[in-house]
Design a protein around this ligand. Structure first.
Ligand SMILES: *Cc1c(COP(=O)(O)O)cnc(C)c1O
Length: 433
C-alpha cells in the first residue's frame, strides 16, 4: 500500500511514537483504521492545510468539526491575538464568557442558562450529572453508535474511534460504572416506548446525538425523534441533545431548530470554540439551578470560560451569522451532493453520499443509507482504505476512518469540491481494475 506521508512526517511520527502512545493525542489520528503513517501538519489556511513536508491538501476534516469558517480565519485569529494580549485566563468572570452565554441562550431552543467547560466530553458528563441531580434517578439511556465523549459511563456501544477498534466499549471501565447505562438501538420507537413505560421512573435522562455523526452519519427519521420527546416527557425523564457536532453547524439553533424539538438539556463543543478547547451545557433554568453554587450538583473547571477561548468562539459565531453561513453551507452541501452523485453511482460497489447541511458521509455499502449502528456494514472499512490513500496522495484529506463524517466549511469552493469529485472518480476507477 502506498504510504502517503513524506520523509519529515515519517521521521516526526517515529519520534512521537517513542514518547506518546501511538504517537498521538487522540486515537483516530493514528491511521490505524486505514494503515500508513499520519501526516504531521504545520499550517492551515481556509479549506487547505500543509504538512511538514510542504505538501498541500484540501481538508474535509476541519479538525473534526470546529473549523466551520476554515483554518485561520482572520476574524477568529484577530479575536484570539487581541484578547490574549490582555491576559489569557483569570479564574474569575470575564465579559467574553457572558457574551458567549448570551449568544448561546438567545440562539438555541429552550436554552435558558449555560455553563462553559473545556471539551465536549466534560459537557455531556456534566449534563448527565445535572439530570441525575435534578431527577433523583440514577439510570441513563444512550443509543448504540452515538458517541458522547470518553466519560466512563458513556463508553458503552459508542461510535467514533471505537468503531474501528471493533470494541463495544473500553478497557479500564469497570462493569459497575456502566451498570446504570442502558443502551438502545437507534431508529426503533417500540424498544424506546417499552423501556420508558416500564422503567421510566428510574431513568434520569435519555441522551442522543439528534444527528448521529460519529458512526457514519445515521440520519434519524423525524418521527423517531418526536417519539423520543413525547415518551421522555411522559416518563418524567429528561431529554439531552448532544449537539457537540450539530450545534451551530446545521443551524443557529442546531438540530433542535431543524427538527422543531426542544430538549431539556443540550451539550455543545466544536463550532462554539472557534478552534479553541470549549464545551458548554445548558437548558432550562429550573434544571441548571441544581448546579453549584446554587445547588448541590458539583461541577467546576480552572480554565472554563477563559477569555481567549470565549473570544474565539464569539468571533466565529458572529462571522458565521454575518456571512449567512448556515444558508451558504447548505448550498455548498447541495453542490457536493450534485457533483458526487454520478461518481458514486458509478462506483464498483454500493456507494452513496449521506448528507445534512455541511456534514457528509461517503457510505460504501449496498442498500439504503443505514439509520442505526446495527445496519452499518463493517466491511466498508476494506473498501474505504485504498480510496482514502488514493485521495490523500492526490492532496485531498478525508477522515482516516470509513465511519467518520466529513465536514464542509465556508472556505470550501466549487473548485475544491470538483477536485474531490475528480479524485474520487479516479480512485473508484483504480479500485475496479
Ligand atoms: C466530539 C464529540 C464529543 C466529545 O467532545 P470532545 O471535545 O472531543 O471531548 C461529544 N459528543 C459528540 C456528539 C461529539 O461529536
Amino acid at each position: 500500500m502506498d504510504l502517503s506521508a513524506g520523509p519529515k512526517s515519517t521521521a516526526l511520527m517515529a519520534r512521537a511514537e517513542r514518547v506518546m502512545p501511538g504517537g498521538v493525542s487522540s486515537p483516530v489520528r493514528a491511521f490505524r483504521a486505514v494503515g500508513g503513517t499520519p501526516l504531521v501538519l504545520r499550517s492551515g489556511s481556509g479549506a487547505e492545510f500543509e504538512d511538514v513536508d510542504g505538501k498541500r491538501y484540501i481538508d474535509f476534516v476541519c479538525s473534526w468539526g470546529p473549523l466551520i469558517l476554515g483554518h485561520a480565519h482572520p476574524d477568529v485569529i484577530r479575536a484570539i491575538v487581541d484578547t490574549a494580549a490582555h491576559g489569557t485566563s483569570f479564574g474569575a468572570p470575564c465579559e467574553q464568557e457572558i457574551e458567549l452565554a448570551e449568544y448561546l441562550t438567545s440562539s438555541y431552543p429552550g436554552l435558558e442558562q449555560a455553563r462553559f467547560v473545556s471539551s465536549g466530553t466534560e459537557a455531556t458528563m456534566s449534563a448527565i450529572r445535572v439530570a441525575r441531580g435534578a431527577t433523583g434517578r440514577d439510570k441513563i439511556v444512550k443509543f448504540s453508535g452515538c458517541y458522547h465523549g470518553h466519560a466512563d459511563h458513556l463508553l458503552v456501544a459508542a461510535g467514533s474511534g471505537l468503531v474501528t477498534f471493533g470494541r463495544p466499549s473500553s478497557a479500564g471501565v469497570p462493569e459497575a460504572f456502566v451498570r446504570e447505562t442502558i443502551v438502545l438501538p437507534l431508529d426503533d420507537e417500540q424498544r424506546l416506548i417499552d423501556l420508558l413505560r416500564r422503567d421510566g421512573d428510574k431513568i434520569a435522562a435519555v441522551i442522543i446525538e439528534p444527528v448521529p455523526a460519529n458512526n457514519g452519519l445515521l440520519l434519524q427519521r423525524p418521527e423517531f425523534l418526536a417519539t423520543l420527546r413525547t415518551e421522555t416527557e411522559r416518563a418524567g425523564t429528561l431529554l439531552i441533545f448532544d449537539e457537540v457536532i450539530s450545534g451551530f453547524r446545521l443551524a443557529r439553533g442546531g438540530a433542535a431548530e431543524i427538527f422543531g424539538i426542544t430538549p431539556d438539556l443540550a451539550t455543545f463543543g466544536k463550532v462554539i470554540g472557534g478552534g479553541m478547547p470549549v464545551g458548554a451545557f445548558g437548558g432550562r433554568r429550573d434544571l441548571m439551578k441544581n448546579l453549584a453554587p446554587l445547588g448541590g450538583v458539583y461541577q467546576a473547571g480552572t480554565l472554563s470560560g477563559n477569555a481567549v477561548a470565549m473570544a474565539a468562539g464569539l468571533a466565529q459565531l458572529r462571522t458565521l451569522e454575518r456571512e449567512k453561513g448556515w444558508t451558504r453551507l447548505e448550498e455548498t452541501g447541495r453542490q457536493l451532493e450534485a457533483l458526487l452523485k454520478p461518481v458514486l453511482a458509478a462506483a464498483p460497489y454500493g456507494a452513496q453520499l449521506v448528507r445534512i447541511g455541511s456534514l457528509f458521509w461517503i457510505s460504501l455499502q449496498d442498500g439504503p443509507a443505514p439509520r442505526s449502528a446495527e445496519a452499518i456494514d463493517s466491511t466498508a472499512a476494506d473498501r474505504y482504505r485504498p480510496i482514502f490513500h488514493a485521495l490523500l496522495d492526490g492532496g485531498i484529506a478525508l477522515a482516516p476512518s470509513a465511519f467518520e463524517a466529513g465536514f464542509l466549511s465556508l472556505a470550501h469552493t466549487t473548485a475544491h469540491l470538483e477536485r474531490l469529485r475528480d479524485s474520487l472518480a479516479a480512485a473508484f476507477e483504480a479500485a475496479r481494475t
